[in-house]
Design a protein around this ligand. Structure first.
Ligand code: ATP
Ligand code: MG
Length: 555
Protein backbone atom coordinates (compact mmCIF):
# COMPACT_ATOMS: atom_id res chain seq x y z
CA UNK A 1 0.00 0.00 0.00
CA UNK A 2 1.57 3.19 -1.13
CA UNK A 3 2.14 5.97 1.33
CA UNK A 4 1.53 3.73 4.31
CA UNK A 5 4.15 2.18 6.47
CA UNK A 6 3.16 -1.40 6.81
CA UNK A 7 4.86 -3.30 9.55
CA UNK A 8 5.54 -6.95 8.96
CA UNK A 9 3.10 -9.39 10.45
CA UNK A 10 4.37 -12.08 12.80
CA UNK A 11 4.52 -14.72 10.09
CA UNK A 12 6.60 -12.50 7.84
CA UNK A 13 8.92 -11.90 10.76
CA UNK A 14 9.38 -15.63 11.29
CA UNK A 15 10.02 -16.21 7.60
CA UNK A 16 12.54 -13.40 7.37
CA UNK A 17 14.38 -14.73 10.37
CA UNK A 18 14.41 -18.25 8.90
CA UNK A 19 15.77 -16.94 5.62
CA UNK A 20 18.37 -14.78 7.35
CA UNK A 21 19.54 -17.60 9.58
CA UNK A 22 19.64 -20.10 6.75
CA UNK A 23 16.91 -22.42 8.07
CA UNK A 24 15.53 -22.28 4.57
CA UNK A 25 16.72 -20.77 1.32
CA UNK A 26 13.34 -20.31 -0.28
CA UNK A 27 9.72 -20.08 0.82
CA UNK A 28 7.16 -22.66 -0.09
CA UNK A 29 3.63 -22.55 1.28
CA UNK A 30 0.49 -24.51 0.55
CA UNK A 31 -3.26 -24.41 0.93
CA UNK A 32 -4.55 -27.81 2.06
CA UNK A 33 -8.38 -27.94 2.01
CA UNK A 34 -10.33 -31.05 2.79
CA UNK A 35 -12.66 -31.57 -0.18
CA UNK A 36 -15.72 -31.89 2.03
CA UNK A 37 -17.52 -28.63 1.30
CA UNK A 38 -17.24 -25.30 -0.43
CA UNK A 39 -14.65 -22.74 0.58
CA UNK A 40 -15.72 -19.68 2.51
CA UNK A 41 -14.36 -16.23 3.30
CA UNK A 42 -12.23 -17.68 6.11
CA UNK A 43 -10.51 -19.98 3.65
CA UNK A 44 -9.97 -16.99 1.37
CA UNK A 45 -7.88 -15.50 4.12
CA UNK A 46 -5.77 -18.61 4.38
CA UNK A 47 -5.40 -18.92 0.60
CA UNK A 48 -4.40 -15.31 0.07
CA UNK A 49 -2.09 -15.39 3.06
CA UNK A 50 -0.25 -18.48 1.82
CA UNK A 51 -0.18 -17.32 -1.77
CA UNK A 52 0.82 -13.80 -0.77
CA UNK A 53 3.75 -14.99 1.33
CA UNK A 54 5.06 -17.19 -1.47
CA UNK A 55 4.87 -14.24 -3.85
CA UNK A 56 6.38 -11.79 -1.40
CA UNK A 57 9.47 -13.95 -0.95
CA UNK A 58 9.77 -15.15 -4.52
CA UNK A 59 8.78 -18.65 -3.50
CA UNK A 60 6.12 -21.14 -4.50
CA UNK A 61 2.54 -21.82 -3.50
CA UNK A 62 1.19 -25.37 -3.68
CA UNK A 63 -2.38 -26.49 -3.89
CA UNK A 64 -3.03 -29.73 -2.08
CA UNK A 65 -6.24 -31.57 -1.38
CA UNK A 66 -6.15 -33.13 2.02
CA UNK A 67 -8.13 -36.17 1.01
CA UNK A 68 -7.05 -38.67 3.64
CA UNK A 69 -10.56 -39.09 5.01
CA UNK A 70 -12.59 -40.74 2.24
CA UNK A 71 -16.04 -40.81 3.84
CA UNK A 72 -16.80 -37.14 3.48
CA UNK A 73 -14.99 -36.29 0.30
CA UNK A 74 -16.68 -35.64 -2.97
CA UNK A 75 -15.32 -34.93 -6.42
CA UNK A 76 -17.80 -32.06 -6.78
CA UNK A 77 -16.01 -30.22 -4.00
CA UNK A 78 -12.62 -30.71 -5.62
CA UNK A 79 -13.83 -28.87 -8.72
CA UNK A 80 -15.54 -26.05 -6.85
CA UNK A 81 -12.50 -25.50 -4.64
CA UNK A 82 -10.18 -25.26 -7.64
CA UNK A 83 -12.49 -22.81 -9.33
CA UNK A 84 -12.77 -20.64 -6.23
CA UNK A 85 -9.03 -20.45 -5.69
CA UNK A 86 -8.38 -19.57 -9.31
CA UNK A 87 -11.04 -16.90 -9.17
CA UNK A 88 -9.41 -15.43 -6.06
CA UNK A 89 -6.24 -15.10 -8.08
CA UNK A 90 -4.02 -17.56 -6.23
CA UNK A 91 -1.92 -19.44 -8.77
CA UNK A 92 -0.49 -22.87 -7.95
CA UNK A 93 0.98 -23.13 -11.48
CA UNK A 94 1.59 -26.83 -12.08
CA UNK A 95 1.64 -27.79 -8.42
CA UNK A 96 -1.72 -29.36 -7.75
CA UNK A 97 -1.38 -32.27 -5.35
CA UNK A 98 -3.50 -34.77 -3.50
CA UNK A 99 -2.54 -36.14 -0.11
CA UNK A 100 -3.75 -39.50 -1.38
CA UNK A 101 -0.91 -39.46 -3.93
CA UNK A 102 1.39 -39.99 -0.97
CA UNK A 103 -0.36 -42.98 0.63
CA UNK A 104 2.50 -45.27 -0.36
CA UNK A 105 5.08 -42.92 1.18
CA UNK A 106 3.01 -42.57 4.31
CA UNK A 107 2.88 -46.33 4.61
CA UNK A 108 6.67 -46.46 4.22
CA UNK A 109 6.98 -43.75 6.86
CA UNK A 110 4.90 -45.85 9.25
CA UNK A 111 7.17 -48.83 8.64
CA UNK A 112 10.17 -46.64 9.39
CA UNK A 113 8.70 -45.60 12.73
CA UNK A 114 7.95 -49.23 13.60
CA UNK A 115 11.51 -50.24 12.79
CA UNK A 116 12.80 -47.43 14.99
CA UNK A 117 10.62 -48.71 17.81
CA UNK A 118 8.57 -45.52 17.62
CA UNK A 119 5.24 -47.04 16.65
CA UNK A 120 3.24 -50.10 17.62
CA UNK A 121 0.09 -51.92 16.69
CA UNK A 122 -2.53 -51.66 19.41
CA UNK A 123 -5.58 -53.89 19.87
CA UNK A 124 -7.44 -51.70 22.33
CA UNK A 125 -10.89 -50.64 21.19
CA UNK A 126 -11.62 -46.99 20.50
CA UNK A 127 -13.42 -46.86 23.83
CA UNK A 128 -10.47 -48.35 25.70
CA UNK A 129 -8.03 -46.05 23.99
CA UNK A 130 -10.05 -43.12 25.25
CA UNK A 131 -10.08 -44.52 28.77
CA UNK A 132 -6.34 -45.16 28.76
CA UNK A 133 -5.62 -41.72 27.45
CA UNK A 134 -6.24 -39.98 30.78
CA UNK A 135 -7.46 -36.41 31.12
CA UNK A 136 -6.06 -32.91 31.23
CA UNK A 137 -5.31 -33.39 34.89
CA UNK A 138 -4.44 -37.10 34.98
CA UNK A 139 -1.75 -38.87 33.00
CA UNK A 140 -2.75 -41.72 30.71
CA UNK A 141 -1.60 -45.30 31.14
CA UNK A 142 0.34 -47.48 28.78
CA UNK A 143 -1.48 -49.81 26.44
CA UNK A 144 -0.80 -53.49 27.19
CA UNK A 145 0.32 -53.79 23.52
CA UNK A 146 2.89 -51.03 23.80
CA UNK A 147 5.88 -53.33 24.15
CA UNK A 148 5.31 -55.54 21.17
CA UNK A 149 8.52 -56.35 19.31
CA UNK A 150 9.46 -54.60 16.11
CA UNK A 151 9.00 -57.89 14.20
CA UNK A 152 5.56 -58.48 15.62
CA UNK A 153 4.54 -54.89 14.86
CA UNK A 154 5.79 -55.15 11.29
CA UNK A 155 3.81 -58.34 10.73
CA UNK A 156 0.66 -57.00 12.33
CA UNK A 157 0.83 -53.73 10.42
CA UNK A 158 1.31 -55.56 7.14
CA UNK A 159 -1.67 -57.71 8.06
CA UNK A 160 -3.68 -54.56 8.74
CA UNK A 161 -2.80 -53.38 5.27
CA UNK A 162 -3.59 -56.78 3.76
CA UNK A 163 -7.12 -56.61 5.11
CA UNK A 164 -6.86 -59.28 7.79
CA UNK A 165 -8.65 -57.21 10.41
CA UNK A 166 -12.06 -55.70 10.76
CA UNK A 167 -12.54 -51.94 10.81
CA UNK A 168 -11.44 -50.62 14.16
CA UNK A 169 -9.97 -53.91 15.28
CA UNK A 170 -6.39 -52.66 15.32
CA UNK A 171 -4.63 -49.33 14.99
CA UNK A 172 -1.05 -48.21 14.62
CA UNK A 173 0.02 -45.80 17.33
CA UNK A 174 3.02 -43.60 17.86
CA UNK A 175 5.06 -44.55 20.91
CA UNK A 176 5.66 -41.23 22.59
CA UNK A 177 4.61 -40.57 26.16
CA UNK A 178 1.37 -41.54 27.91
CA UNK A 179 2.17 -39.09 30.70
CA UNK A 180 2.76 -36.10 28.47
CA UNK A 181 0.95 -32.97 29.64
CA UNK A 182 -0.12 -32.60 25.99
CA UNK A 183 -2.78 -35.20 25.30
CA UNK A 184 -1.93 -35.17 21.59
CA UNK A 185 1.41 -36.73 22.53
CA UNK A 186 -0.10 -39.67 24.43
CA UNK A 187 0.59 -42.33 21.83
CA UNK A 188 -1.66 -40.84 19.13
CA UNK A 189 -3.17 -43.06 16.46
CA UNK A 190 -1.29 -42.96 13.17
CA UNK A 191 -3.26 -45.46 11.09
CA UNK A 192 -6.66 -47.09 11.34
CA UNK A 193 -8.34 -49.93 9.48
CA UNK A 194 -11.29 -48.62 7.48
CA UNK A 195 -12.88 -50.20 4.46
CA UNK A 196 -13.82 -47.17 2.47
CA UNK A 197 -13.67 -46.50 -1.22
CA UNK A 198 -11.49 -43.50 -1.83
CA UNK A 199 -12.35 -41.09 -4.65
CA UNK A 200 -8.78 -41.23 -5.88
CA UNK A 201 -7.30 -44.59 -4.85
CA UNK A 202 -10.50 -46.63 -4.98
CA UNK A 203 -10.21 -49.83 -2.92
CA UNK A 204 -6.42 -50.04 -2.96
CA UNK A 205 -6.19 -49.26 0.73
CA UNK A 206 -8.09 -50.47 3.74
CA UNK A 207 -5.87 -48.59 6.16
CA UNK A 208 -5.87 -44.81 6.22
CA UNK A 209 -3.46 -42.40 7.94
CA UNK A 210 -4.69 -39.94 10.56
CA UNK A 211 -4.48 -36.23 9.83
CA UNK A 212 -1.77 -35.49 12.40
CA UNK A 213 0.48 -38.10 10.90
CA UNK A 214 -0.34 -37.46 7.26
CA UNK A 215 -0.11 -33.70 7.23
CA UNK A 216 3.53 -33.22 8.24
CA UNK A 217 4.52 -35.95 5.79
CA UNK A 218 2.66 -34.22 2.96
CA UNK A 219 4.38 -30.96 3.84
CA UNK A 220 7.80 -32.57 4.03
CA UNK A 221 7.41 -34.43 0.73
CA UNK A 222 6.51 -31.20 -1.04
CA UNK A 223 9.33 -29.27 0.59
CA UNK A 224 6.95 -26.89 2.31
CA UNK A 225 9.00 -24.51 4.42
CA UNK A 226 6.22 -22.85 6.39
CA UNK A 227 3.08 -24.83 7.05
CA UNK A 228 0.53 -22.24 8.01
CA UNK A 229 -2.61 -23.34 9.79
CA UNK A 230 -5.16 -22.03 12.25
CA UNK A 231 -4.89 -21.84 16.03
CA UNK A 232 -6.75 -25.03 16.85
CA UNK A 233 -3.64 -26.89 15.69
CA UNK A 234 -1.32 -25.16 18.11
CA UNK A 235 -1.50 -28.07 20.57
CA UNK A 236 -0.77 -30.46 17.73
CA UNK A 237 2.50 -28.76 16.84
CA UNK A 238 4.65 -30.94 19.16
CA UNK A 239 3.27 -33.97 17.33
CA UNK A 240 3.89 -32.35 13.96
CA UNK A 241 7.48 -31.71 15.01
CA UNK A 242 7.81 -35.23 16.39
CA UNK A 243 6.69 -36.77 13.07
CA UNK A 244 9.09 -34.76 10.92
CA UNK A 245 11.94 -35.32 13.38
CA UNK A 246 11.46 -39.07 13.77
CA UNK A 247 11.13 -39.48 10.02
CA UNK A 248 14.41 -37.59 9.67
CA UNK A 249 13.42 -35.25 6.88
CA UNK A 250 16.30 -33.10 5.77
CA UNK A 251 14.51 -29.79 5.63
CA UNK A 252 11.70 -30.17 8.11
CA UNK A 253 8.75 -27.85 7.55
CA UNK A 254 7.72 -25.48 10.32
CA UNK A 255 4.13 -25.18 11.46
CA UNK A 256 2.86 -21.68 12.21
CA UNK A 257 -0.61 -20.97 13.55
CA UNK A 258 -2.74 -17.86 13.10
CA UNK A 259 -6.24 -16.92 14.24
CA UNK A 260 -9.21 -17.87 12.10
CA UNK A 261 -11.20 -15.16 10.48
CA UNK A 262 -14.65 -14.76 11.94
CA UNK A 263 -17.26 -12.33 10.67
CA UNK A 264 -19.99 -10.89 12.83
CA UNK A 265 -23.51 -12.11 12.14
CA UNK A 266 -22.39 -14.43 9.42
CA UNK A 267 -22.40 -18.19 9.24
CA UNK A 268 -18.90 -19.33 8.27
CA UNK A 269 -18.61 -22.86 9.61
CA UNK A 270 -18.74 -25.45 6.85
CA UNK A 271 -21.01 -27.58 9.02
CA UNK A 272 -23.56 -24.82 9.41
CA UNK A 273 -23.52 -23.80 5.79
CA UNK A 274 -24.04 -27.44 4.89
CA UNK A 275 -27.04 -27.57 7.18
CA UNK A 276 -28.61 -24.47 5.63
CA UNK A 277 -28.12 -26.03 2.20
CA UNK A 278 -29.46 -29.44 3.21
CA UNK A 279 -32.49 -27.96 4.97
CA UNK A 280 -33.33 -25.99 1.84
CA UNK A 281 -33.13 -22.68 3.67
CA UNK A 282 -30.80 -21.36 1.00
CA UNK A 283 -30.73 -22.28 -2.69
CA UNK A 284 -27.33 -23.97 -2.65
CA UNK A 285 -23.75 -23.37 -1.53
CA UNK A 286 -23.68 -20.28 -3.69
CA UNK A 287 -26.80 -18.62 -2.29
CA UNK A 288 -25.84 -14.92 -2.24
CA UNK A 289 -26.67 -14.66 1.46
CA UNK A 290 -23.83 -16.99 2.36
CA UNK A 291 -20.18 -16.15 2.57
CA UNK A 292 -18.87 -19.13 0.70
CA UNK A 293 -16.56 -17.90 -2.04
CA UNK A 294 -19.01 -19.15 -4.65
CA UNK A 295 -21.77 -17.16 -2.94
CA UNK A 296 -19.71 -14.00 -2.73
CA UNK A 297 -18.86 -14.30 -6.40
CA UNK A 298 -22.51 -14.86 -7.32
CA UNK A 299 -23.54 -11.91 -5.21
CA UNK A 300 -21.08 -9.74 -7.12
CA UNK A 301 -18.03 -9.45 -4.91
CA UNK A 302 -14.75 -9.17 -6.79
CA UNK A 303 -11.45 -10.91 -6.07
CA UNK A 304 -9.92 -7.46 -5.53
CA UNK A 305 -12.44 -6.60 -2.82
CA UNK A 306 -11.74 -9.84 -0.99
CA UNK A 307 -7.99 -9.35 -1.30
CA UNK A 308 -8.33 -5.89 0.16
CA UNK A 309 -10.56 -7.17 2.95
CA UNK A 310 -8.09 -9.87 3.92
CA UNK A 311 -5.30 -7.32 3.87
CA UNK A 312 -7.25 -5.03 6.19
CA UNK A 313 -7.99 -7.90 8.57
CA UNK A 314 -4.31 -8.53 9.09
CA UNK A 315 -2.82 -11.68 10.57
CA UNK A 316 -2.73 -12.33 14.27
CA UNK A 317 -2.67 -14.93 17.00
CA UNK A 318 -5.70 -13.59 18.83
CA UNK A 319 -9.20 -14.71 17.89
CA UNK A 320 -11.53 -11.87 17.04
CA UNK A 321 -14.48 -11.12 14.80
CA UNK A 322 -14.44 -8.70 11.95
CA UNK A 323 -17.46 -6.57 11.18
CA UNK A 324 -19.28 -7.66 8.02
CA UNK A 325 -19.51 -3.94 7.24
CA UNK A 326 -15.78 -3.98 6.54
CA UNK A 327 -16.32 -6.46 3.72
CA UNK A 328 -19.06 -4.20 2.38
CA UNK A 329 -16.76 -1.24 2.60
CA UNK A 330 -14.19 -3.09 0.50
CA UNK A 331 -16.58 -3.98 -2.30
CA UNK A 332 -18.04 -0.48 -2.39
CA UNK A 333 -14.59 1.02 -2.68
CA UNK A 334 -13.65 -1.43 -5.39
CA UNK A 335 -16.73 -0.84 -7.54
CA UNK A 336 -17.15 2.88 -7.04
CA UNK A 337 -15.05 3.97 -9.99
CA UNK A 338 -15.20 0.79 -12.03
CA UNK A 339 -18.92 0.52 -12.65
CA UNK A 340 -21.49 2.42 -14.65
CA UNK A 341 -24.13 4.28 -12.72
CA UNK A 342 -27.46 3.24 -14.17
CA UNK A 343 -31.04 3.99 -13.27
CA UNK A 344 -33.38 1.34 -11.96
CA UNK A 345 -36.69 1.80 -10.21
CA UNK A 346 -37.29 -0.82 -7.57
CA UNK A 347 -40.72 0.24 -6.36
CA UNK A 348 -42.29 1.91 -9.38
CA UNK A 349 -45.02 4.48 -9.69
CA UNK A 350 -45.88 6.19 -12.97
CA UNK A 351 -44.95 9.80 -13.61
CA UNK A 352 -46.81 11.50 -16.49
CA UNK A 353 -45.38 14.70 -17.99
CA UNK A 354 -48.55 16.35 -19.21
CA UNK A 355 -46.86 18.96 -21.41
CA UNK A 356 -44.54 16.50 -23.15
CA UNK A 357 -45.84 15.65 -26.65
CA UNK A 358 -47.58 12.33 -26.78
CA UNK A 359 -45.86 9.70 -28.92
CA UNK A 360 -42.55 11.55 -28.98
CA UNK A 361 -39.20 10.26 -27.73
CA UNK A 362 -35.84 11.95 -27.46
CA UNK A 363 -32.49 10.43 -26.61
CA UNK A 364 -30.62 11.93 -23.71
CA UNK A 365 -26.94 11.45 -23.16
CA UNK A 366 -25.62 10.43 -19.77
CA UNK A 367 -22.15 9.91 -18.35
CA UNK A 368 -21.73 6.35 -17.20
CA UNK A 369 -19.67 7.45 -14.24
CA UNK A 370 -18.96 11.10 -13.61
CA UNK A 371 -15.84 10.20 -11.65
CA UNK A 372 -14.45 7.98 -14.38
CA UNK A 373 -14.68 9.33 -17.89
CA UNK A 374 -13.18 6.18 -19.34
CA UNK A 375 -16.52 4.45 -18.83
CA UNK A 376 -17.97 6.65 -21.56
CA UNK A 377 -21.51 7.73 -22.11
CA UNK A 378 -24.81 6.11 -22.94
CA UNK A 379 -28.17 7.16 -24.32
CA UNK A 380 -31.43 7.03 -22.45
CA UNK A 381 -34.79 7.48 -24.16
CA UNK A 382 -36.97 10.13 -22.60
CA UNK A 383 -40.69 10.48 -23.19
CA UNK A 384 -44.02 11.42 -21.67
CA UNK A 385 -44.43 8.51 -19.28
CA UNK A 386 -41.77 7.47 -16.85
CA UNK A 387 -41.46 5.38 -13.73
CA UNK A 388 -40.07 6.82 -10.55
CA UNK A 389 -39.68 5.38 -7.06
CA UNK A 390 -42.87 5.40 -5.05
CA UNK A 391 -41.02 6.96 -2.15
CA UNK A 392 -39.94 9.88 -4.31
CA UNK A 393 -43.48 11.27 -4.23
CA UNK A 394 -45.46 12.31 -1.18
CA UNK A 395 -48.88 13.78 -1.04
CA UNK A 396 -48.16 15.49 2.25
CA UNK A 397 -44.43 15.77 2.72
CA UNK A 398 -42.72 16.17 6.06
CA UNK A 399 -40.23 18.99 6.55
CA UNK A 400 -37.01 18.67 4.59
CA UNK A 401 -38.57 16.40 1.99
CA UNK A 402 -37.20 17.77 -1.25
CA UNK A 403 -38.56 15.27 -3.70
CA UNK A 404 -41.88 15.38 -5.53
CA UNK A 405 -45.01 16.71 -3.86
CA UNK A 406 -47.77 18.89 -5.27
CA UNK A 407 -46.30 22.20 -6.36
CA UNK A 408 -42.66 21.18 -5.91
CA UNK A 409 -40.03 21.06 -8.63
CA UNK A 410 -37.22 18.51 -8.81
CA UNK A 411 -34.53 17.50 -11.27
CA UNK A 412 -34.95 14.25 -13.17
CA UNK A 413 -31.44 12.92 -13.31
CA UNK A 414 -29.78 13.39 -16.74
CA UNK A 415 -33.00 15.07 -17.99
CA UNK A 416 -35.18 18.07 -17.07
CA UNK A 417 -36.73 19.83 -14.12
CA UNK A 418 -40.30 18.71 -13.55
CA UNK A 419 -42.95 20.29 -11.34
CA UNK A 420 -45.63 18.21 -9.71
CA UNK A 421 -49.10 19.25 -10.76
CA UNK A 422 -51.27 16.50 -9.35
CA UNK A 423 -51.78 12.82 -8.76
CA UNK A 424 -54.36 10.07 -9.20
CA UNK A 425 -55.54 7.68 -6.51
CA UNK A 426 -57.34 4.36 -6.79
CA UNK A 427 -60.43 3.44 -4.78
CA UNK A 428 -58.32 2.18 -1.93
CA UNK A 429 -56.62 5.53 -1.68
CA UNK A 430 -53.26 4.45 -3.14
CA UNK A 431 -51.50 6.89 -5.42
CA UNK A 432 -51.33 5.26 -8.87
CA UNK A 433 -50.00 8.09 -10.99
CA UNK A 434 -48.19 11.34 -10.45
CA UNK A 435 -48.58 14.20 -12.90
CA UNK A 436 -46.14 16.97 -13.68
CA UNK A 437 -44.98 19.42 -16.29
CA UNK A 438 -41.43 19.79 -17.52
CA UNK A 439 -39.46 22.87 -18.47
CA UNK A 440 -37.60 22.31 -21.78
CA UNK A 441 -35.06 25.01 -20.89
CA UNK A 442 -33.72 23.05 -17.97
CA UNK A 443 -32.28 20.18 -20.01
CA UNK A 444 -29.24 18.58 -18.39
CA UNK A 445 -26.04 19.73 -20.03
CA UNK A 446 -27.66 22.84 -21.51
CA UNK A 447 -25.97 25.10 -18.98
CA UNK A 448 -29.28 26.28 -17.54
CA UNK A 449 -28.73 28.36 -14.43
CA UNK A 450 -32.08 30.14 -14.14
CA UNK A 451 -33.13 28.53 -10.87
CA UNK A 452 -32.18 25.75 -8.54
CA UNK A 453 -34.00 22.74 -7.16
CA UNK A 454 -33.16 20.86 -4.01
CA UNK A 455 -34.01 17.33 -5.08
CA UNK A 456 -32.82 15.04 -7.86
CA UNK A 457 -34.63 11.79 -8.51
CA UNK A 458 -34.00 8.94 -10.90
CA UNK A 459 -36.43 7.45 -13.38
CA UNK A 460 -36.79 5.08 -16.30
CA UNK A 461 -38.85 5.63 -19.47
CA UNK A 462 -42.03 3.55 -19.11
CA UNK A 463 -42.38 2.25 -22.69
CA UNK A 464 -38.70 1.35 -23.01
CA UNK A 465 -37.82 0.16 -19.52
CA UNK A 466 -37.01 -3.51 -19.07
CA UNK A 467 -38.72 -5.47 -16.39
CA UNK A 468 -36.31 -7.22 -14.08
CA UNK A 469 -36.10 -8.79 -10.69
CA UNK A 470 -34.04 -7.23 -7.93
CA UNK A 471 -33.09 -9.36 -4.95
CA UNK A 472 -32.30 -7.43 -1.83
CA UNK A 473 -30.45 -9.13 0.97
CA UNK A 474 -30.01 -8.79 4.66
CA UNK A 475 -27.88 -10.92 6.94
CA UNK A 476 -29.16 -14.45 7.03
CA UNK A 477 -28.93 -14.53 10.78
CA UNK A 478 -30.71 -12.26 13.15
CA UNK A 479 -28.39 -9.47 14.13
CA UNK A 480 -30.10 -8.69 17.42
CA UNK A 481 -30.14 -12.22 18.71
CA UNK A 482 -26.76 -13.49 17.56
CA UNK A 483 -25.96 -16.32 15.19
CA UNK A 484 -26.85 -19.38 17.23
CA UNK A 485 -29.71 -20.30 19.52
CA UNK A 486 -29.02 -22.10 22.77
CA UNK A 487 -29.77 -25.45 21.18
CA UNK A 488 -27.17 -24.78 18.48
CA UNK A 489 -29.69 -24.07 15.72
CA UNK A 490 -29.25 -20.98 13.59
CA UNK A 491 -31.20 -17.85 14.35
CA UNK A 492 -32.60 -17.06 10.93
CA UNK A 493 -33.58 -13.58 9.83
CA UNK A 494 -36.96 -13.93 8.06
CA UNK A 495 -36.18 -10.85 5.95
CA UNK A 496 -32.88 -12.04 4.58
CA UNK A 497 -34.27 -12.03 1.02
CA UNK A 498 -36.68 -9.53 -0.51
CA UNK A 499 -37.65 -9.89 -4.15
CA UNK A 500 -38.71 -6.78 -6.06
CA UNK A 501 -40.13 -6.60 -9.57
CA UNK A 502 -38.49 -3.54 -10.94
CA UNK A 503 -37.78 -1.54 -14.08
CA UNK A 504 -34.32 -0.85 -15.42
CA UNK A 505 -32.90 1.24 -18.24
CA UNK A 506 -32.97 -0.36 -21.69
CA UNK A 507 -29.17 -0.03 -21.84
CA UNK A 508 -29.02 -3.03 -19.49
CA UNK A 509 -30.60 -5.37 -22.07
CA UNK A 510 -27.33 -7.14 -22.81
CA UNK A 511 -26.15 -7.50 -19.21
CA UNK A 512 -24.57 -10.90 -18.69
CA UNK A 513 -23.97 -13.12 -15.67
CA UNK A 514 -21.61 -11.48 -13.15
CA UNK A 515 -21.84 -8.05 -14.82
CA UNK A 516 -22.29 -5.45 -12.17
CA UNK A 517 -23.55 -1.88 -12.03
CA UNK A 518 -24.36 0.84 -9.67
CA UNK A 519 -28.09 1.56 -9.60
CA UNK A 520 -28.08 5.16 -8.50
CA UNK A 521 -29.31 5.71 -4.96
CA UNK A 522 -29.95 1.95 -4.57
CA UNK A 523 -26.62 0.25 -4.42
CA UNK A 524 -24.39 -1.99 -6.47
CA UNK A 525 -26.09 -4.85 -8.27
CA UNK A 526 -24.80 -7.92 -10.06
CA UNK A 527 -26.52 -10.06 -12.70
CA UNK A 528 -27.35 -13.38 -11.05
CA UNK A 529 -25.42 -16.19 -12.68
CA UNK A 530 -27.96 -18.88 -11.92
CA UNK A 531 -31.36 -17.38 -12.57
CA UNK A 532 -30.90 -14.42 -14.91
CA UNK A 533 -31.82 -14.87 -18.59
CA UNK A 534 -31.97 -12.44 -21.50
CA UNK A 535 -35.34 -10.75 -21.22
CA UNK A 536 -35.71 -11.92 -17.62
CA UNK A 537 -32.89 -10.20 -15.86
CA UNK A 538 -32.25 -10.94 -12.21
CA UNK A 539 -30.04 -8.62 -10.19
CA UNK A 540 -28.53 -9.32 -6.79
CA UNK A 541 -27.88 -6.33 -4.62
CA UNK A 542 -24.24 -6.64 -3.65
CA UNK A 543 -24.32 -3.79 -1.21
CA UNK A 544 -26.20 -0.56 -0.66
CA UNK A 545 -24.41 2.72 -1.26
CA UNK A 546 -24.24 4.21 2.16
CA UNK A 547 -22.83 2.99 5.36
CA UNK A 548 -21.81 4.45 8.61
CA UNK A 549 -18.79 2.16 8.55
CA UNK A 550 -15.44 3.80 9.15
CA UNK A 551 -12.16 2.09 8.52
CA UNK A 552 -10.35 1.42 11.78
CA UNK A 553 -7.33 3.64 12.24
CA UNK A 554 -4.10 2.12 10.96
CA UNK A 555 -2.36 0.08 13.64
P1 ATP B 1 -14.44 -25.22 8.65
O1 ATP B 1 -13.98 -25.03 10.06
O2 ATP B 1 -15.15 -24.04 8.09
O3 ATP B 1 -15.18 -26.48 8.43
P2 ATP B 1 -11.96 -26.40 7.96
O4 ATP B 1 -10.88 -25.87 8.81
O5 ATP B 1 -12.51 -27.73 8.30
O6 ATP B 1 -13.10 -25.31 7.81
P3 ATP B 1 -10.26 -27.17 5.83
O7 ATP B 1 -10.63 -27.56 4.46
O8 ATP B 1 -9.74 -28.21 6.74
O9 ATP B 1 -11.54 -26.47 6.46
O10 ATP B 1 -9.32 -25.91 5.84
C1 ATP B 1 -8.35 -25.61 4.91
C2 ATP B 1 -7.49 -24.51 5.47
O11 ATP B 1 -8.25 -23.34 5.69
C3 ATP B 1 -6.88 -24.88 6.81
O12 ATP B 1 -5.52 -24.53 6.78
C4 ATP B 1 -7.66 -24.07 7.79
O13 ATP B 1 -6.90 -23.78 8.92
C5 ATP B 1 -8.01 -22.83 6.98
N1 ATP B 1 -9.21 -22.18 7.49
C6 ATP B 1 -10.41 -22.74 7.72
N2 ATP B 1 -11.27 -21.86 8.24
C7 ATP B 1 -10.61 -20.69 8.35
C8 ATP B 1 -10.96 -19.37 8.83
N3 ATP B 1 -12.16 -19.11 9.31
N4 ATP B 1 -10.01 -18.41 8.78
C9 ATP B 1 -8.79 -18.67 8.28
N5 ATP B 1 -8.41 -19.87 7.82
C10 ATP B 1 -9.28 -20.88 7.85
MG1 MG C 1 -11.11 -29.36 8.60
Amino acid sequence: MEGETVSKNFIEQIIEKDLAEGHCSTVRTRFPPEPNGYLHIGHAKSILLNYGLAREYGGQFNMRFDDTNPTKERAEFVESIKEDIQWLGADWEDRLFFASDYFEQMYEAALKLIRKGKAYVCDLSAEEIREYRGTLTEPGKDSPYRDRSVEENLTLFEDMKAGKYRDGEKVLRAKIDMASPNINMRDPILYRVARMTHHNTGDTWCIYPMYDFAHPIEDAIEGITHSICTLEFEDHRPLYDWVVRELEYENPPKQIEFAKLYLTNVVTGKRYIKKLVEDGIVDGWDDPRLVSIAALRRRGFTPESIQRFVELCGVSKGNSSVDYAMLEYCIREDLKLKKSRMMAVLDPIKLVIDNYPEGETEELEADNNLENEALGKRRIPFCRELYIEREDFMEEPPKKYFRLFPGNEVRLMHAYFVKCTGFVKDEAGNVTEVHCTYDPETKAGSGFTGRKVKGTIHWVPAPYALTAQARLYENIVNEELGVYNEDGSINLNPNSLTVRNCYVEPALADAKAYDSFQFVRQGFFCVDAKDSKPGELVFNRIVSLKSSYKLPAAK
